[in-house]
Design a protein around this ligand. Structure first.
Ligand code: SF4
Length: 374
């Protein structure tokens, strides 16, 4: 199997060209064709030397990840199931909000962390994604948008909040982030990328040393150790004390804050005791709280709190001086819970059909009817 072109940083491509007797300056032209002009066939790169083009064509895989299913929600969220070269699939979601179009990318096939509220956890960890498969989600979706919606539909931001724990796949996610940020390539600014983690303490300790300085979000979900352990078994190993000792080592530039994701589940972590614990644990000047009312899925063991309870929780945090927002559930008509689409897809064994839209029975009526026919 040939290595993927999308695993290469600009520096690596330069070295590769040089080692094989080609001008290293060709790397800039090649990145321009691929990441700025969206031309993936080396033979079409008119200003690149014939030898370099042939070398890459022969030795590197330029193919994009295959989109095997896509659905458009009533709220504009688009969900994609993408297939990799070994046939494994992951979910990727494009979420519009104000001026932004954020791509939520996956970092692993399945996940080993085992959060009890998460559908992906039920799949276990199958494998880590390579850097080119992380970058490849962005490339495949932007290419699809260019061809099916229009070039004005531009992805602007990335969040590592899809399937998998990104810090469990540290080196590959670090390299993917470097590729996303390269000036000669996609050139995404550090504020446009958000890494979200369940709290893998040894990797958080490393972040400060060698990970590009992107936005950080911590999946907290409770400020009480017993409740957090029930929601996230990782808390048994890395409890709140260890987690916050590591978080304090992350250098925060002026006016930057860490976002704390807080999934609100009825009668689980939405009580007065939870409010008090959260307010005691976090510093309002260094934290943003993002409340995520639980998105029920078939078989889920938790329930969404009432709207009144959600608003009460929000109000309590604002009164205590926190910047606190509610994340509205996006794409609920297209299996928004992380991992749900992949499970349904595998259940009906449809990944074998590569061409044309495929129908997943439980979402056919709402999602596919909303697909844009462009
Ligand atoms: S919430 Fe994230 S870290 Fe937890 S099991 Fe699901 S994918 Fe893994």
């Amino acid at each position: 199997m040939k290595p993927s072109f999308f695993d290469l940083t600009h520096g690596e491509l330069k070295d590769l060209l040089k080692e094989n007797g080609f001008s290293p300056f060709g790397a800039t032209q090649i990145f321009d064709w691929v990441y700025k002009k969206w031309v993936f066939d080396p033979l079409e790169w008119s200003n690149v030397s014939k030898g370099a083009k042939e070398f890459l064509n022969t030795n590197y895989d330029m193919s994009l990840l295959k989109i095997v299913w896509n659905g458009l929600s009533k709220d504009g969220t688009r969900k994609f199931l993408v297939k990799m070269i070994d046939g494994q699939t992951v979910e990727t979601v494009a979420i519009p909000a104000r001026e932004r179009l954020t791509l939520c990318v996956s970092s692993q096939v399945g996940c080993a962390v085992g959060c009890t509220f998460c559908h992906t956890a039920t799949q276990g960890l199958k494998r880590h994604l390579k850097p080119g498969e992380v970058v490849g989600q962005y490339i495949a979706i932007q290419d699809w948008l260019n061809k099916n919606v229009g070039p004005e539909e531009k992805l602007t931001n990335i969040v590592y909040m899809g399937q998998g724990e990104p810090l469990h796949n540290y080196e590959n996610m670090k390299k993917a982030t470097q590729i996303f940020m390269q000036e000669n390539g996609l050139n995404l600014g550090q504020r446009r990328i958000t890494l979200s983690t369940s709290g893998l303490v040894p990797a958080i300790e490393k972040l400060a040393i060698d990970f590009p300085p992107v936005n950080i979000a911590i999946s907290l979900h409770s400020a009480r150790n017993d409740v957090r352990t029930e929601l996230m078994p990782i808390n048994k190993v890395y409890d709140l004390e260890r987690l916050f000792t590591a978080i304090k080592q992350i250098p925060l530039k002026a006016h930057r804050r860490i976002t704390y994701e807080y999934l609100l589940a009825a009668d689980m972590n939405d009580t007065q005791e939870d409010v008090d614990a959260l307010a005691k644990l976090l510093n309002p000047k260094e934290s943003k709280i993002n409340l995520i009312p639980f998105n029920e899925f078939p078989g889920s063991k938790y329930k969404r709190p009432s709207e009144a309870k959600i608003m009460w929780f929000l109000d309590q945090m604002i009164k205590r001086g926190f910047t606190c927002t509610i994340r509205t559930t996006k794409g609920s008509d297209i299996l928004a819970a992380c991992g749900q689409l992949k499970s349904e897809f595998e259940k009906v064994n449809l990944w074998k059909k590569d061409s044309g839209p495929v129908v997943i029975p439980s979402i056919a009526s709402s999602a596919l009817q909303n697909q844009t026919p462009r």
